[in-house]
Design a protein around this ligand. Structure first.
Ligand code: G6P
Length: 611
């Protein structure tokens, strides 16, 4: 994980870098640091703790350089400490490096460098990088302007693992070199200045013009231009990508937290994701060019993802199966990639990733590709790594999601996959009345999301009642079970309350043993066909003294439960888009009651770019 930023221009780099780091804190926040160059002086300041602590670091105001790199860390190798913070310098203090990723062969590189007389100050894998660069730099007898680049390039050829790296060198005070492999990095192009960031939103207020690097492409940045090179140091050309996101959408906009803002943005993100993909007249994914013959040849669909994105896959599996009659397996990317799944050219693999940078999901995609399957990425970030690896890509239009706990990305993913399933069914010639109804129901969703968001006082009150609990249970059947999983994940992520999600019918096979007086059980009931059975399960926990919250779109007797939240009625196949909202809000308000940092929960990062 970790976030990196860089600046080269005519302004003081330090404030720009801190501003960028603050926006990248969701990627990690246990330590941070900055290195700048002024004249030929390379200066570096870093420490353990949140990015805002940088403002108080002794000497921070003296960093007046207009070229700089910076880092916010999520520790992998070496505990959070000043020594392990980035930037890391080589022994001669010529080079400063910030790095996101993991150098898998750092042990052997460290041993090699130690034999060459290098001493290490940290326990990180990163510290080998500046020292390796210096090693090759010293060995190069030329003094031309590409010497710095040659050293970085040569060092990178020795690195195994993943990296997005920024390097500055005091002998080259007017340039900066960046390179990536399997870790995110974007280059923002401005007027007489250039920026680096781990993601687009962090520097959107400075520029909307971006260059995207592929693996092992090197960029040499000066104030006025960016030159690109391949691994063999041949010059390559890159086009600028203009990003339409609005800078304000990466701000809190009057909300106390990004998460709350993002929850309330769901009517818009649902509407925009439906966009022109589904209208009254048409369902359109023609950009995918999936013919009827091709879809007829598909024997199996895999939907692979991590975390909340995986739950979006679970929520939409029944739609593909019902209307396309193709079996669907939803898998966790980190499991899929190591269990030798049965894949051939008759397999279609869908990969969902909000960030498009999740290491396990990308690796799972590469695996399927190597076995001959077609791969389709569903991402929220244009040009993200996964979209560049996949055969096809489609986008949710949720706008930047900053809070670590995913909300609007989930509902947008469920919307987009539902429309995709409809499209497949139509191409396969399986239109029917039920499919038409589902289309209409999707078109009414944004308004219903708005209505769902109007009803928050009961959720707040329930949060107040239960925030001191240590365990909770979530129950549901069918689609409601998939929402139970997502509700339970949200609660764990931001309130640190242990919770379990169970298919209601499984209650009797174990978890009911844990139900005793005052245990909180949250049930989701939105499918009329399953309501009776689910109510019997709730009755079983009430009998054993449980406190119950019911989320439903049915006309139930609210006196039976401690609390009941009524949401608008919709097709059970897409009800997760509505029923998840009270659960997002519940997790949010419980976290607030506990006084926690909602947007940056402990130990978590938004974009998990390591295995
Ligand atoms: C992390 C985030 C989750 C997210 C998951 C997958 O765990 O904290 O919110 O669901 O990664 O991320 P992706 O970007 O691939 O959807």
């Amino acid at each position: 994980m970790c976030g990196i930023v860089g600046y080269i221009g005519d302004k003081k780099a330090c404030p720009i870098l801190i501003n960028g780091l603050l926006r990248l804190e969701y990627r990690g926040y246990d330590s941070s640091g900055i290195a700048t160059i002024e004249g030929n002086l390379l200066s570096c300041l870093k420490d353990k703790g949140r990015v805002k602590n940088l403002y108080d670091l002794k000497g921070i105001d003296d960093l007046v350089g207009t070229v700089g790199i910076a880092h916010t860390r999520w520790a992998t190798h070496g505990k959070p400490s000043k020594e392990n913070s980035h930037p890391h310098l080589d022994n001669s203090n010529h080079f400063a490096v910030v790095h996101n990723g993991i150098i898998e062969n750092y042990h052997e590189l460290r041993e090699f460098l130690q034999k060459e007389g290098v001493s290490f100050l940290s326990q990180t894998d990163t510290e080998v990088i500046p020292n390796l660069i210096h090693y090759y730099y010293q060995k190069d007898n030329h003094t031309d302007e590409l010497k710095f680049l040659r050293a970085v390039n040569r060092a990178c050829q020795d690195l195994k693992g993943s990296f997005a790296i920024e390097v500055i060198c005091q002998d080259y005070p007017d340039s900066m070199i960046v390179v990536r492999k399997d870790s995110p990095l974007v280059i923002g192009h401005g007027n007489g200045e250039n920026y680096i960031s781990s993601d687009i939103p962090a520097i959107l207020s400075f520029t909307k013009d971006f260059y995207l690097l592929n693996d092992y492409e090197f960029a040499v940045l000066t104030r006025d231009c960016v030159d690109f090179y391949d691994i063999h140091l041949n010059k390559i050309k890159k086009d600028i990508k203009n990003i339409e996101w609005d800078a304000a959408s990466a701000e809190k906009d009057g909300f106390e937290d990004f998460m709350l803002k993002e929850i309330f943005e769901q009517p818009k993100s649902v509407r925009e994701t439906i966009g022109s993909r589904l209208t009254k007249e048409d369902c359109n994914f023609d950009d995918l060019s999936f013919s009827k013959d091709y879809l007829n040849s598909i024997r199996h669909i895999y939907i692979v993802a991590c975390g909340t994105a995986m739950h979006a896959g679970l929520a939409t599996k029944p739609i593909f199966e019902k209307f396309c009659h193709i079996p669907v397996t939803v898998d966790i990317a980190s499991e899929f990639r190591y269990r030798n799944p049965i894949i051939d050219e008759h397999t279609l693999c869908l990969y969902i990733s909000q960030s498009g940078e999740t290491a396990d999901t990308i690796a799972a995609l590469k695996l399927a590709k190597s076995k001959g399957a077609r791969t389709l990425a569903i991402s929220n970030v244009i040009g993200s790594s996964i979209t560049r690896e996949a055969d096809y890509s489609i986008y949710t239009h949720a706008g930047p999601e900053i809070a670590v706990a995913s909300t609007k990305a989930y509902t947008s993913q469920v919307v987009l996959l539902s429309i995709l399933a409809i499209y497949f069914a139509e191409v396969l010639g399986k239109q029917n009345e039920e499919l038409n109804c589902l289309k209409n129901d999707i078109l009414e969703l944004a308004e219903k999301v708005e209505k769902t968001l109007k009803n928050i006082s009961d959720i707040k009150a329930f949060a107040k009642k239960v925030y001191k609990e240590t365990d909770m249970f979530f129950l549901g059947r069918g689609s409601d079970y998939t929402v139970a999983l997502e509700g339970s994940l949200k609660l764990k992520e931001i309130s640190y309350i242990h919770s379990e999600a169970y298919a209601s019918g499984e209650l009797k096979h174990g978890p009911i043993a844990l139900i005793e007086n005052d245990v909180t059980v949250i049930s989701i009931l939105t499918d009329p066909k399953l309501v009776e059975k689910s109510i019997s399960n709730i009755q079983e926990v009430i009998t054993r003294g449980a406190k119950t919250l019911v989320i439903t779109n049915q006309a139930l007797d609210d006196k039976k439960f401690d609390s009941m939240i009524t949401i608008p009625n919709t097709n059970p196949l897409i009800s997760p888009i509505l029923s998840v909202i009270p659960l997002q809000l519940l997790a949010y308000y419980i976290s607030k009651e506990k006084g926690l940092d909602v947007d940056k929960p402990r130990n978590l990062a938004k974009s998990v770019t390591v295995e």
